[in-house]
Design a protein around this ligand. Sequence first.
Ligand code: NAD
Length: 253
Amino acid sequence: MQVKDSVVVVTGGGQGLGRAMAVDLAAQGAKLALLDLNEEKLQETVELVREAGSEAHYYLVNVADEEAVVSTFEQIVKDFGALDVLVNNAGITRDGLLVKAKNGEVTGKMPLSSWQQVMDVNLTGVFLCGREAAAQMIKLGNKGVLINISSISRAGNMGQTNYAAAKAGVVAMTVTWSKELSRYGIRTGAVAPGFVATDMVAAMPQEVLDKITSGIPLKRLGQPEEIAHTVRYIIENDYFSGSVVECNGALRI
Ligand code: NAD
């Protein structure tokens, strides 16, 4: 699919990877619908999209709220008259060990709330936005692309029972959607980034981050623009569907 003139929805478009994707695609002539919880950040991204030479609307919405997601996708189609691509990018971490134990005594467990919050945003949010985007694309009778942002953590990662499960889940959704939606001309894809320099990674303790960086064969974190480039590759490649692209500086976990 040609990026120029396509209407692209990016969830979590306020900052980080979502913002980089919005700016990259805007520079190629895409129009952006940006979803996020943070209005100030959304306004900044809209401004950057304009500076890149395109247009954007923003929608203040929690991707885990069914009613809000349904009405937002209706509104996007009203505002743009089209919907070509969804990037399911909004995501959170609530890291913690499953159980912590010292001297044989259990001193902590991952709270159910940490599990549930991550499931709500990283899995239910992806499901709801994917469902609504696909429904609108089919109604419009056009081709489309659904892209889910997974993570290297989908392989299983210390302290990320919740996040790893959700990020493996979005890959399973990606494959399922390719089987169900190819008949409508809708392609799917997932991107599994390694560690990328955004606020999400900056929130990690410095000594953990140093250890991670020294273990990355390319010896540096990824840049948000490098993940945006990978998303653009999936949009532009018409024979790409149902698979995951890893972009991680050769790191294996
Ligand atoms: P970030 O925290 O910098 O940005 C995430 C954005 O999502 C924020 O603007 C936030 O407001 C928004 N958001 C959070 N919950 C939301 C909700 N319920 N509804 C709507 N918007 C919501 O994170 P990032 O590093 O840019 O990560 C983006 C995606 O990439 C996430 O899915 C993350 O899991 C994934 N990822 C990131 C990395 C990394 O190293 N940064 C690596 C692998 C995967």
